[in-house]
Design a protein. Sequence first.
Length: 600
Amino acid sequence: MLSEELYIMRLWHVRLLYRTKQTVYFMKRTFYKIAASCISIVALAGSVKAQTIYTFCGSTAGYSGDGGPASAARIALPGAIKYHNGYIYVVDANNELIRKIDATSPFNITSIAGSQSIGYSGDGGPATAAETYLGGVGGGIVADNAGNVYFTDIYNNCIRKVNSSGTISTFAGGGSGGDGGPATAASLNRPFGLAIDGTGDLYVCEEQGHKIRKIAAATGVISTIAGTGTAGYTGDGGPATAADISYPDGIALDASGNVYFTDYDNSVIRKITVSTGAISTYATGFNKPAFMEFDQAGNLFVGNFQSDGMVCRVKPSGVVDTVAGTGLTSLPSGDGGPATAAGLGSPRGVTITPNGNLLISCRSNSRIRVVIAATATITGTASLCTGATTTLTASIPGAAWISSNAGIATVSSTGVVTGVAAGTATITYVAGLVFGTQVVTVNAPVAPAISAAGASLSVPATYATYQWSLGGTPIPGATSATYEATATGTYAVAVTDAGGCSVTSANFILSSVSVSAVTKAAGLLIAPNPTQDGKFTISLPTINSEAMTIIVTNAVGEKVYETKSMTNTRVSIELNVPAGMYIVQAKTAEAKYTAKVIIN
């Protein structure tokens, strides 16, 4: 990684480079052009329906993350960016690297060229061992259908190629020759933006040469297709080779093969009609336009490099509007919100994915942002309990689910969310850069602690429901915050809180039930109590001439004894049951008497 001192020197190098570009001419033309372009941009801001923006890669300037997801990686002064055949290629300019990102989840990033050392070496060997001199500027990058990647090694004044095997070579520049000869022998003066057509012909902006050059794939011969080599703004309506242009930066081709480039110092976009070779001004109203790209509908997206972060769209009708950035701040902001309200910071490169998402390399923020063309709608319960599950569904099928914090909630490949611990986690649905998000809240109820006063058991009366159990078996009717135990054993209580989350208390062992804990119902006497052999007598204090039924149940409500049609007020009972506490009920037609008996 380059030192902070070198990083600062490089920034001044770039600033000085641009300050010395035809200063008199620049002052003459751009004072009124910047004012006009700012007015135009402000007037158009908000005229396009805002789409959602996210940070796709990067945070603070630096280098990290190879082999992992781009969202966790760091880059420094990213420049040109290009989507091609399932990959996103980006010039990581201040790290002297070319990096590649998988365009499908989990979007892993790797370095495919450069060794983080400034120089010019490595041809014929592995690209990752080569030295480059990108100069922190960003250059250009393209890929062909054979898996070759081309980038401008700006301060080495050449174009380099990384083949599908990872070997690097010089594809153009580095020599002293000119047009009509092999590109490898040609002289290039600060090659910048790159474009490639369907036949493999390569187009390059020669920034300080003030030309657009073409390298024929079939022959390797280089030629000039626009520019005289003199900085200026002339020639519209005539042959492009007779026109003056000034510091061309970015370049793109439309579906018909016409060539468009950003005439950087003139703050316009110009067009070369391929069938006639004529040049024209295609669009105005920019402030130092940088790299650009067409989408499938013919819209041209342009990064306004010196507008503190705006990306504009030129529609086929010629209307220009703003699709991302406020133009008011270079500080990064706005993730999850409308792209037109986000702070970008010197957008250098733009590229479009097949599903219409816009990727922006934000140079001064060391980030890659993504403007989402389509957002998946997520449905399902947004809260759950620890240990519980809920299923989320998305309006776009067949994509991946990701949890921002698996320590709070996990998510399966089918959208089943499992609560792990209390807190919130963002569940993201990722379908080739189509995002949908759902914030899930996980609730963790607090298990109650059982306290006892003799045989009277209780928990705090702050829960919605209660269910007591003895030895793991629920006790019928024991559904309040307190329970009067009738037998020794292991007790627990399952509770549900106000949020619908259930939890069970720790076990509580009741080792004895004293006679003092036996509640005597008025009018029903039991003796002896406790009893050692299960024999006892029940009696009513008054004469009872009515038929009477006596029922004895155990602690969990099971009937262990019943006798009927008794009319005596004193009845002898003999139970052959285990030790414990039992409920004795004496029922008549008019009254019901209940008491407890302990059998030791």
